[in-house]
Design a protein around this ligand. Structure first.
Ligand code: IVH
Length: 689
């Protein structure tokens, strides 16, 4: 019988999957596993009537992209109170003992990933939701199904017909290092730490991508009405029998001394774990005691997180390199004697700028402390002066560009030094071209940093406009470039002519004009010509543009060589104007609006679109040029006062809708998502159990 074979394969695959990913003790070879999986895939393809969303074949994910649905949590997902001080932790225990006498605690690791809540119905995973704002989160079930350590169907018995189990989605260091190495090779932005990588991956729209990212999931809390036991640890131990990955490092502690010992042990031992942890969570074990303690406004009174101090390492500063970025900014980078820190070997660290080096009095040959913050590159936080060599001399910052020898400059209010030689300094030229082809900019495939260097050395490309003059025959003559890749590059360059204006504006690489600012500029000015001819004040009317950015834009377009490049790009056919929006009416023509506050009927972006679609213009700040301020809830009082003082008309969103003709009065689904329910202040007492 086909059905029986399908079921048998699913059972066996689930069993071996658990052995491999949860117990770390595989019983069969990868080959045998793959053979079984393939047989099941074939059968499911042949007999689609037996499809099951929780079949082990679904672990590979799909290329279908899904928008995540926002879902309300059945029980709010609270956060934990936390402390870095043992003294405060002891006060927490004292407070509990005053209320309840001696109780049992469970100490466990605080995993540094992203929280998830899994719902099981009759032993099958039906939903996985992120924490979101604690009240509502995103439904990421398809992505969670690809995590091999999450059971899709439960084993054993005794589980409630409906329950939630919560835990942390983690990216182990091994997966993290592998993914960042790949991203670096592809010229993509790196993940700063495993936590960001895990959270970013869960929000991926394609579950097939998630499946390849090597995520893991550890569970640490049960929630439901009919849990089998009356204590935290008993339920979690049972959950382990149902197939969940539950940490074996949990420990029952009955005194402050035992808790302290657990913390002291793991503060050191965690350095050898294959994934990131950032503290220890101490929970009251018994549910009746938990209920008696209840909750504060934000977190349970029966649990607390003790956070470890950021890991530090002491190592020698061997030398300092100076990197020149595409905008000419100089970044000093420390070369260190390699040292193990938070799971990875550290060889380089950021030194930020000259002031920072002087402030910490960092010198070559010093023993320095390195720490990993949220950034990719660790930073030097101090010097161990007791180990300073006798012959050390103060660090002398460079005065000329290490690449082209030009004298460095400092701009007002900027901590960094800059090389002003934009047109002839090699890393600036190359950096601008590499930025231009980036995925988020012109997205030109097949051209990596190395190829750009090759094209530059061979004299074929010395600025972004030269790319559009390239011929396949010129490329295929170059070392390491075959005919096929040459053609691909040319095709990809041609395709980039369709890239929308906002990305072209970002791709130009104007200092301080990032992706978001470019988007706002494009929406405000609609064309490059308008941006180029705008005055400083006009530029500042666009959202996100202050004096610093406005000046940088003006400086960029004042440069003759930049203008020459722009003309060549125009000639090549790049998109220099935003797509014409369909104008619904001219009813707001000549009127300037400022939108401020929170709205009920529409999201802010929708209101802005409506204004533009009817001929009006959106400005970022209240000024004499503004005709109407559309005021929502919580609009800043200063803004309101200014508008009143200038005699500007203040209207509601409904009044705006009426001005347009009142067609759009139904809230859209998007607006509902954009304006979530007000956050629940008081969690219901004891609602979790
Ligand atoms: S218990 C009601 N246990 O830390 C509290 N949380 O700041 C439920 N976390 O959002 C959480 N390891 O993402 C708990 N062993 C652990 C944890 C843990 C990591 C995270 C979790 C939570 C945050 C709280």
């Amino acid at each position: 019988m086909v059905v029986a074979r399908i079921q048998e394969l699913r059972d066996r695959l689930n069993y071996h999957n658990h052995k491999y990913y949860v117990e770390n003790s595989p019983e069969i070879s990868d080959y045998d596993f793959d053979m079984m999986l393939r047989e099941l895939q074939d059968l499911e393809r042949q007999y689609p009537e037996y499809d099951d969303p929780n079949s082990p074949t679904k672990r590979v994910g799909s290329d279908l992209t899904t928008e995540f649905k926002s879902v309300e949590h059945r029980f709010p997902m609270l956060s934990l109170g936390n402390t870095y001080s043992l003294e405060e932790l002891h006060e927490f225990i004292t407070r509990i003992e005053k209320e309840l006498g001696e109780v049992e605690y469970v100490c466990e690791l605080k995993f540094d990933g992203t929280a998830i809540s899994l719902t099981y119905e009759n032993g099958s995973l039906v939903r996985a939701v992120t924490r979101g704002d604690g009240t509502r989160g995103d439904d990421v079930t398809a992505n969670i199904r690809t995590i091999r350590s999450v059971p899709l169907t439960l084993r054993g018995d005794g589980y409630p017909a409906l329950f939630e189990i919560r835990g942390e989605v983690l990216m182990p260091y091994a997966s993290f290092d592998k993914i960042n190495a790949e991203r670096e090779a592809n010229g993509e932005a790196l993940f700063a730490n495993p936590r960001n990588a895990a959270a970013g991956t869960l929000k991926q729209q394609s579950s097939a991508v998630v499946a390849k990212r090597g995520l893991d999931c550890t569970l640490y809390q049960m929630a439901g009405d009919n849990l089998p036991f009356g204590s935290h640890i008993e339920n979690l131990s049972k959950a382990r029998e149902w197939g969940f990955k539950v940490s074996r490092e949990m420990k029952i502690c009955r005194s402050v001394a035992e808790i302290d010992e657990y913390i002291a042990h793991w503060d050191e031992a965690r350095k050898h774990l294959p994934f990131a942890t950032d503290g220890v969570v101490i929970k009251v074990n018994d549910y009746a005691n938990q209920r008696a303690l209840g909750f504060t406004a934000k977190s349970p009174r029966w649990a607390v997180a003790y956070k470890f101090k950021a890991e530090q390492a002491l190592t020698t500063l061997e030398s300092v390199d100076f990197q020149v970025g595409r905008t000419g900014a100089i970044t000093p980078v420390a070369n260190l004697e390699p040292v193990l820190l938070a799971g990875t070997t550290v060889k380089r660290a950021s030194l930020h700028n000259a002031e920072q080096i002087a402030l910490l009095d960092i010198r070559i040959g010093d023993k320095v402390y390195v720490e990993k913050g949220g950034e990719i590159i660790p930073k030097i936080t101090g010097v161990e002066f007791s180990e300073r060599p006798m012959d050390s001399t103060p660090f002398e910052y460079i005065t000329t560009c290490p690449e082209c020898g030009t004298e460095l400059v400092r701009y007002e209010g900027e901590a960094k030094h800059y090389c002003p030689n934009q047109s002839h300094c090699r890393p600036q030229i190359l950096g601008r071209i590499v930025h231009f082809i980036r995925r988020k900019a012109m997205d030109i495939d097949g051209l990596g940093e190395e190829t750009i260097e090759l094209l530059f050395e061979s004299g074929l490309v010395s600025n972004i406009a030269d790319l559009y003059d390239l011929q396949a025959a010129q490329l295929s003559g170059l070392p390491r470039l075959g005919e096929k890749s040459a053609e691909n590059i040319i095709r990809s360059i041609a395709r980039s002519k369709e890239v929308p204006f906002r990305r072209v504006l970002f791709a130009l690489g104007v200092r301080f004009v990032g992706e978001t600012t470019a988007k706002y500029l494009a929406a405000h000015f609609h064309s490059l010509d308008e941006v180029m001819s705008a005055s400083r004040e006009q530029l500042m009317e666009s959202e996100e543009v202050g004096e610093k950015i406005a000046d940088a834009i003006i400086e960029y377009f004042a440069d003759e060589s930049n203008r020459a490049i722009i003309e060549r790009l125009r000639h090549a056919g790049l998109q220099f104007a935003a797509e014409e929006k369909v104008l619904h009416s001219e009813s707001l023509a000549g009127k300037n609006f400022v939108i401020s506050g929170l709205f009920t009927l529409y999201s802010r972006d929708e209101l802005k679109e409506m204004i533009e679609a009817n001929g009006g213009k959106n400005l970022a700040a209240v000024s004499a040029n503004v005709d109407y301020v559309v005021a929502g809830r919580n609009m800043g009082p200063a803004k309101l006062q200014k508008a009143e003082k200038l005699g500007i008309k203040i209207i509601t969103e409904q009044e705006l809708v009426d001005m347009i003709g009142g067609e759009h009065t139904q809230p859209t689904a998007q607006a509902e998502v954009a304006a979530p329910e007000p956050k629940r202040e008081e969690p219901m007492q004891g609602v979790l159990f």
